[in-house]
Ligand binder design. Sequence first.
Ligand code: RBF
Ligand code: MG
Length: 465
Amino acid sequence: MLTWHILTGIHLKKCTGSYNPVIFSANSNGNGKANLAPQEKEKGKGKGKLNSITKHRHSVRASPQNGSIAVTGGFTVKMSIAKPLKKLASCVILDLDGTLINTDALLSDVLGGFLSKYGKQWDGREVHKTLGKTPLEAAAAIVEAYDLPCSTNEFISAINPLYSEKWCNIKAQPGANRLIKHFGGHGVTMALASNSPRENIEGKISFHQGWKESFSVIIGGDEVASGKPSPDIYLEAAKKLNVEPSSCLVIEDSIPGVTAGKAAGMEVVAVPSIPKQSHLYTSADEVINSLLDLKPEKWGLPPFQDWVEGTLPIESWYIGGPVIKGLGRGSKVLGIPTANLSTEGYSTVLSEHPSGVYFGWAGLSTKGVFKMVMSIGWNPYFNNPEKTIEPWLLHDFAEDFYGEDLRLVIVGYIRSEANFPSIESLIAKIHEDGRIAEKALDLPIYSTYRDDPYLKSCVKDSSHL
Ligand code: RBF
Ligand code: MG
């Protein structure tokens, strides 16, 4: 049992929790204000506001002088309550393919072309057989799955040059640059640990500015006896970093990678790179939807500070097309009429953006520009078979506008898609998203996009606005 001494102004309050020592965290919005879980509210009465905290491996001390709590490692977390902490990490070990870079798109590109020479078609269904595998294993799986008339080694020799030629086109996963800059800026040691040969790792990251210098250690699959799921790569990384495996936080997209990290005795956050697979990552300490959802403070690491009023500014992106009839649930079941966009022709854009709730501005050719909040993904509550884009224009329209040209500029992120115990709770959450977006879009960082030429060019007559 850990006792937390919480200082609120001049009152010293005491609350107890029966969880593991040391870890506290901010709430899921990452905005630094931690919310109480119901049972903690009960125990701690939930009124104690922490202004600062001194965190040791086995204790948390409030400072009576200024009511603030200093955190070992040189950062201060403002929060209203302590939450069960997971485990304290002092450094981060990252996987590369699928975690920091979007290698999947490249794989389908290269394999699609290659297999067509054999009269076969890459359908992406075999991708899970390659995730987290060593190059040899991944190649063998494809040769077998497609019954190719060549040996695994011949396949590798033929594919490798096609692959490395495209390294320059591999995009960073959303949130990867932000994460690297954040940890680098806060002096958190980072390592890269991948099944790829070291030379390939270096080749791939050379196209991403500032990455190579950010990693204190890089370990490739060719530098250890066995690749993931063996713990070797991770253990070797910890050894080279001169840290205990137990103080390392691993971030991984694949199941073999998660297995490797756990076998090495590390804390593992999984970021599955293929959809609808979260339930398979049972050995991970946490499964998140994308790097945008990482909450470093859960692991005793410095929290991101770029969340603004429950929203995360992202690099703006654009999408548009005629409004199509969705499944008709929006208005009928939820009372939330979404102006669904056809995803035809947008498969690349869609695959590049993690599912989740985003917001921005929407231009309708005859009506003007409106605030908008939208979901991208499979709607876990309904479990849609396809990834859809469902923008909700925050305005009461007198009539439907199917077929009209809709343009969107997406400027921020709110949360990952979730499942809900009832339709009422789903509806309540979507309304909350709407309020968050509505308010945030008045902030200068977001409001300037209202005048984006992309939106204006589709608004035929905006004189009435
Ligand atoms: N569906 C879900 O299953 N989970 C969600 O977390 C979720 N969030 C949404 C957030 C917004 C802002 C909007 C507009 C929709 C969201 N939806 C979500 C999708 C909703 O279920 C969908 O629009 C209806 O199914 C209508 O097709
Ligand atoms: Mg990977």
